[in-house]
Design a protein around this ligand. Sequence first.
Ligand code: UDX
Length: 446
Amino acid sequence: MRLTVIGTGYLGATHAACMAELGHEVLGVDVDPDKVAALRAGRVPFHEPGLPGLIAKHTASGRLRFTTDYAEAGAFGEVHFVCVGTPQRSGSEGADLTYVDAAFAAIAGHAAPGALLVGKSTVPVGTAGRLAAALDAEVAWNPEFLREGFAVEDTLRPDRLVFGVGSARAESILRAVYAPVLAAGAPLVVADFPTAELVKTAANAFLATKISFINAMAEVCEAAGGDVGVLAEAIGYDDRIGRKFLRAGVGFGGGCLPKDIRAFAHRADELGVSLAFLREVDAINLRRRDKVVALARELCGGAVQGARVAVLGAAFKPDSDDIRDSPALDVAARLRLEGADVTVYDPEALDNARKAFPLLGYALSAEEALRGADLVLHLTEWPQFREIDPERAATLVGRPRIVDGRGALDADRWTAAGWHFRALGRPAPAGERPATGLPGEEKRRP
Ligand code: UDX
């Protein structure tokens, strides 16, 4: 089939490349000529494992092309996928639909008779119905559930497909688009517009709630002397709860969960339904960042002013260079504001971090960041940070003090190597003594 994919950001570029991989002829459309030029040359402007290879393969085969021209897109496509962003509106919790509305209006103005316009962007419930009523074209909604870092895999082998359709014809067109995925056994849920839109927001709200639930338990563990890691393991053995998304730590960030739960609560208010608990989910999440800042102060003897702080991680999660609403950079920037001398290292996100936070210091390796540090903060769970040898690390820093903001490091190993070790929701390891940071405190060596 001939498909267009409008918006070639993170979602659109992945969708376009994966649709070409499924055997379709695909035209990616973007209003940004620089993005289009980069993609034409096979350059992917963000880090996503497997995607550059797919784009190179299908731009070379001619099955995947890119353009800025909506007239060309309209003449080409039988199905048009809209994959533009829905950021949080400035000064409001609600979603900004400017790009979605503009993309639908632009393609509807050029689409051939009978073409299907399919929204993939995450939108407030009611958007598909509004667009269908306003436009002279058939609309469908097909939400995506891809995770950054696994975007290609999640698109080619999704755990489910959801088609929000208003006619049997739209359903059969979407079935044809995804025929190989369906043949491979992916479950399909066919729904009306509001349900399809809500599946996406409900899924993200559930995931965010699960993370904030375990982080609230971390707060209770901190107050009561429990260990949230052990607690999560024990409750996770219950199949009804499950172990996924129960990693307590500095919380969720990124371009989806934070803004999606806010937009959902806002939209529910408009509909006269209270989803106030989502505001608490948001508040718990942000409190974990406060807690890391408080622990940093505590380990530095009350204030971080003048302390050299090494921050391991800048991306909002590993396997990504995405720094949108990154807990790691939020904490780093706050410590910098409190007078700390902050040096950040991340395997993939340094360029993005530098542009967004030019006043922070940056290192080109974890070792360089650690050198001379008075405090180390582990804030993005890259596998390579788990492999750092605490004994060697202790020889690099000025003072061996670390906060594990992801609950991923081996507390006993770090403590045995002489480190003052703190993790969120977990008691200080046995034998650990609180660092005072006061003048006269001896630097400890293993
Ligand atoms: C999320 C959804 O998972 C995806 O289905 C949706 O399409 C887009 O939003 P993504 O933003 O890529 O995907 O990240 P995800 O893997 O869900 O992680 C979100 C955040 O939660 C990260 O900051 C991660 O570090 C954090 N997290 C995740 C935890 O703090 N604890 C956990 O147990 C799991």
